[in-house]
Design a protein around this ligand. Structure first.
Ligand code: ZN
Length: 158
């Protein structure tokens, strides 16, 4: 009797571990800090919280900044949905469809695009509030505006 009651919980736990839970938890590539280079700008990845990844033709592409991923996908869309490291520092990879992006006033990103990935709108809002202002976008919006070439007369925030 007792075993039958715990079965749904064990099943739920197994699904969470496998990444089919309420929130997706995909497995991302392994990154060696200071060694693994950004596919787009060739800079060594120094801060995992800004990392992103996708695949193209069976090869994994890793980025030091979500903006580098968006810039690359504009020219070479890739063959998988992108993954983003949680900027809130959970260490989790986030599936693109679940990801929110925030730029926080005065906070630069490794390649200067300035947008971090968050697991929820609430997390993004918390970062913007803590930083005293910024902008928040859903993935679909972010893919249209982040990582565009610099505008003439405008310098990218670093
Ligand atoms: Zn880069």
């Amino acid at each position: 009797m007792h075993k039958l009651r715990t079965l749904p919980w064990l099943l739920c736990l197994a699904l969470l571990i496998a990444g089919y839970g309420c929130q997706s938890n995909p497995e991302g590539p392994s990154i060696e800090l200071g060694v693994t280079q950004c596919h787009h700008c060739n800079q060594a990845i120094a801060d995992l919280q800004w990392a992103a990844s996708d695949e193209s033709g069976g090869a994994t592409r890793i980025y030091d900044d979500p903006g580098c991923l968006f810039a690359t996908r504009r020219e070479s869309p890739g063959t998988s949905e992108p993954l983003f490291q949680d900027k809130a520092g959970s260490g989790l990879w986030l599936a693109a469809a679940d990801t929110w992006f925030a730029t926080v006033n005065g906070v630069g990103s490794p390649a200067g695009h300035g947008w971090g990935a968050y697991a929820s709108f609430a997390d993004a809002q918390e970062a913007v509030t803590a930083g005293g202002g910024g902008r928040i976008l859903r993935y679909e919006q972010a893919s249209e505006v982040i990582g565009l070439p610099p505008q003439p007369g405008k310098t990218a925030a670093r």
